[in-house]
Ligand binder design. Structure first.
Ligand code: GDP
Ligand code: MG
Length: 873
């Protein structure tokens, strides 16, 4: 027996059979690994694992161990079973709900009772302009047309959704960018259309949480029209999902997207013929360039209004035996008096034959659900005994058979030359055996270095602007609490954070480049082997990288992972990825204390984060998560040149979010921190010091009035006394403020690391959002005249311990600085992340676990760094 694993790169083979667990078989066959298909072995990743294959004209990666489960034959030997699968296309033309409708019959399926009833009640917005006599005969008060976008990952759903709605949802060139349904309502001509962009899925079987989510959306929210977005240069695999939509008996419009790329191949596709065969109207689109969107909308409306001539429901013919089983199960379902014809019984029957756990639950409402399941089990046995193949494979094969048949009649492929495509050429370098890794590290390094150095210039301009404005406003206000609130609280706090806007935007620019070009999927590909060592999937690496942007969407994007254990584990290690809110803290602190090598220090922090997450994963995998792994089936999309528009838009969206945060939570936190640090104003000690300050000021006055050269020395010493007193008063006041109390309360815990109470307070407030670490320091260090200029950076350089046995020594030594950075990297992620962990895992347990674990670890690591680092400087 030859398996796919035995085949060397550069060779093609034909698939005979897929072995292994049923979830693997299902997953892989839905991706096109069905009997008779040709696979080309492309290349090994660094470390020889995983392997990249080409099937149905797209690239996919599998692990060696998985490839060993796929039996193959050399092209010459395979002819007998290929024939079996060509042209299985048979369309049952008798069933045509259109004609049913015309004759006044109720239509089965989601297009039937349930939905139409819903429409009649849905708000009753009539269109006066559309009103005509026909409506009296066939009243169709279409209030809102609900449209859902469904399709394979990366087929361009979000691009089309954005193009139509003018929204700016995230697009990227890898699987799993959209993780949540995104809704919007638009007004188009006389219609109100509700658009829903759904996560991408290869199938509705469902293997992963997002596939289940999409299917539930289709079944429960009853979209009026589903826009099935397909990648036209990869029709065979994309249309597999379409066959499932056909079975669900949903009204579909096919968006033949990426038509620009398709045209370049020189292939021809007969859309009219295709529509005739499948009963699905087809519109060519180019989502990224907003082409074809109006035609698509018009078609959607036509279908919703039942005016589209092509649209009809067909039955895919699953072959005699399967059809017999479907029919038997259907008959059992129909016996139930409480069967609502909301979903087609044929669909249910098929799903039951496909051994779908969720459908088994969904039909529990039927009074005879047990009998139905018995019948289904019986039929599954009967079929499996008959053909010695499990029913899932049988159904998948038949679906691909249908797709094949339809394409044979409609798609004319041009003979493609063997010239390497540009994607392959780029891949040759970026996923190269030896170069792949160093290049990845280099790219990361360039990204962080670029973020830091390029961002420095505009950051300096903003700094100058903020100081100037702060001074201007400060001069306008009378000395007193209001003045201090504005200058120290607001300008000191918010201004300190605002400075980093350019850095944040640059960071997102780089991340967006990695996402849009398709490099992200390659990173997962080359990292799989290493991730495997820590018991994770290469795919888990994408959320980790996304965590560099913001941990919250990164945690959400784990929904694309199939295995729950993997998902939990990935969620728990994401917070150690330095997010964009921690970056400003690094830039500020590292820039102040390590001005020469700030870029490298920052890069090291990122690497340390990755290391900690790896170690944590290892630890957890050894103790809590011992689950089996999900297969590494991952699509590698062709490289695409990102549109400037989408990159800029992405940057701008992130910049705007940052500004909003500034005007919201950071502003409030600054004000609160200022308030807590400003009051109470006086105590006995301060009063005494203020008295001596008054005396000194008087003496200075006298000496100055009486100016004699010999007094200069006296004047100097007086002035320095004055300065010292002002400082002491300021620090004494802060020390006895409410915030000071809080700080002193936690100080014993952090003192061993070398942190003072101000750092403690800033860390505490940073739990709300990491930028607040900066704004808090900004508030606490401002009004502190010791800094030569007003910038926060020099204030940090000057900070001295004002209490305890270290009094008078600088706080930010190199050791303490590194310890501070390490602490910020590791300790509790912000509140939003804790909430995301709670939400995505469904349990408080994991959120609490994360908080405890992270904080303890942060303390230990920071302590170690503070003690060890001085040995090196
Ligand atoms: P989704 O995963 O289905 O939501 O797909 P996206 O909208 O995120 O798009 C995936 C990638 O394909 C992005 O890089 C888009 O810029 C690109 N893209 C989308 N539509 C087209 C198209 O019609 N032509 C080309 N060449 N690229 C497209
Ligand atoms: Mg999307």
């Amino acid at each position: 027996m030859i398996t796919l694993r035995d085949i060397e790169a550069g060779n093609s083979v034909i698939i005979k059979k897929v072995n292994g667990r049923s979830s693997f078989r299902r997953r892989i066959s839905e991706m096109g690994f069905v009997r008779g298909k040709e696979v080309l072995v492309l290349k090994n990743a660094p470390f020889r694992d995983p392997i990249e294959y080409q099937i149905l004209g797209y690239n996919i990666s599998l692990r060696r161990s998985e490839a060993a489960l796929i039996e193959v034959a050399l092209p010459g030997e395979a002819s007998e079973f290929i024939n079996e699968f060509n042209g299985t296309l048979t369309v049952d033309k008798k069933v045509n709900p259109k004609s049913f409708r015309k004759h006044g019959f109720a239509q089965h399926g989601p297009g039937g009772h349930g939905r139409q009833k819903k429409q009649r009640h849905a708000g009753g917005i009539n269109h006066p302009s559309k009103f005509n006599i026909d409506d009296l005969i066939d009243p169709k008060p279409l209030a809102i047309i609900k449209v859902a976008f469904v399709g394979n990952p990366n087929s361009g759903k979000t691009s089309i959704f954005n193009a139509i709605s003018g929204k700016q949802e995230h697009v990227g060139n890898y699987s799993g960018v959209t993780v949540d349904a995104k809704k919007t309502i638009i007004h188009y001509e006389d219609y109100v259309i509700e658009l829903t962009d759904l996560p991408g899925t290869y199938s509705l079987s469902p293997n992963s949480p997002d596939e289940l989510f999409v299917r539930d959306h289709l079944l429960k929210s009853h979209p009026d029209v589903v826009v099935n977005v397909v990648d036209s240069s990869n029709l065979e695999r994309n249309l597999f999902l379409t066959t499932q939509l056909i079975d669900m008996d949903i009204q579909v419009v096919l968006a033949l997207n990426m038509f620009d790329e398709f045209e370049k191949t020189g292939d021809l596709f007969d859309t009219n013929q295709f529509s005739k065969i499948t009963g699905i109207p087809v519109i060519k689109t180019v989502g990224s360039k907003r082409k074809g969107c109006n035609r698509l909308l018009n078609k959607v409306i036509e279908v919703a209004e039942n005016k589209e001539p092509v649209q009809r429901h067909i039955h895919i013919n699953y072959g005699q035996e399967l059809e017999l089983s479907i029919n038997t199960i259907q008959k059992e379902i129909w016996k139930a008096s409480n069967y609502v014809r909301e979903y087609s019984s044929r669909y249910f029957a098929l799903r039951l034959l496909d051994d779908d756990f969720h459908t088994r639950e969904n039909i529990q409402y039927l009074e005879n659900s047990e009998a139905v399941i018995d019948v289904a089990n019986h039929e599954i046995k009967r079929l499996e005994n008959l053909v010695h193949e499990n029913t899932q494979t049988l159904i998948t094969n038949a679906r691909y058979g249908f797709v094949n048949g339809a394409l044979q009649e409609t798609l004319k492929r041009k003979n493609h030359s063997n010239k390497k495509s540009y994607s392959e050429k780029i891949d040759g370098i970026l996923t190269h055996k030896y170069l792949g890794f160093p290049l990845f590290l280099l790219i990361l390094w360039i990204m962080f270095q670029g973020t830091f150095t390029l961002g420095q210039y505009p950051a300096d301009w903003i700094q100058t602007g903020v100081s100037w404005l702060g001074e201007l406003v400060g001069n306008l206000l009378k000395k007193g609490p209001a003045h201090d609130l504005v200058v120290d609280g607001i300008f000191g706090g918010v201004g300190g954070v605002l400075v980093f806007l350019p850095n944040i935007m640059l960071l997102f620019f780089f991340i967006s480049l990695m996402e849009d070009t398709g490099y992200m999927a390659r990173v997962a590909f080359i990292m799989d082997k290493l991730m495997h060592l820590i018991g994770l999937h290469g795919k888990s690496f994408i959320p980790l990288i996304m965590g560099f942007g913001c941990n919250v969407p990164a945690i959400m994007s784990t929904r694309t992972l199939e295995n729950r254990g993997d998902r939990l584990l990935t969620i728990l290690i994401i917070p150690f990825m330095t997010c964009s809110a921690r970056l400003p803290v690094y830039i500020l602190i590292a820039g102040a204390i390590f001005p020469e090598s700030a870029g490298t220090v920052i890069f090291s922090m990122y690497m340390a984060g990755i290391l900690i997450s790896i170690l944590t994963a290892l630890l957890l995998k050894k103790t809590i998560f011992k689950a089996k792994e999900a297969p590494f089936v991952m699509e590698l999309p062709p490289y695409r040149i990102p549109t400037i528009q989408s990159t800029l838009r992405h940057m701008w969206t992130k910049g705007r979010e940052y500004l909003k945060k500034m005007g919201g939570v950071i502003l409030w936190a600054s004000i609160i921190v200022w308030f807590l640090s400003y009051f109470p104003r006086t105590n006995n000690e301060i009063s005494t010091m203020e008295q001596s300050l008054g005396q000194i000021q008087q003496e200075i006055q006298i000496v100055q009035n009486d100016a004699k050269p010999s007094y200069t020395i006296a004047l100097d010493s007086l002035q320095s006394n004055q300065q010292e007193l002002v400082l002491s008063i300021h620090s004494n006041q802060q020390y006895h403020s409410y915030l000071g109390y809080m700080g002193r309360f936690i100080e014993p815990v952090i003192r061993p690391i070398g942190f003072d109470w101000k750092i403690g307070v800033s860390l505490l407030s940073g739990i709300i959002a990491k930028e607040i670490v900066i704004s808090t320091l900004g508030v606490l260090y401002s009004g502190d005249e010791s800094a030569s200029d007003q910038s926060l950076r020099s204030a940090i350089q000057q900070q001295k311990h004002d209490q305890g046995k270290l009094k008078g020594q600088k706080i930010y030594t190199k050791g303490t600085t590194l310890a501070f950075l390490v602490f910020v990297l590791i300790y509790v992620p912000c509140i939003a992340v804790i909430a995301a962990i709670r939400k995505e895992t469904g349990q408080w347990k994991w959120a609490i676990f994360n908080v405890t674990y992270a904080t303890t670890l942060a303390w230990i690591a920071a302590f170690a760094v503070a003690k060890i680092a001085p040995l090196f400087f």
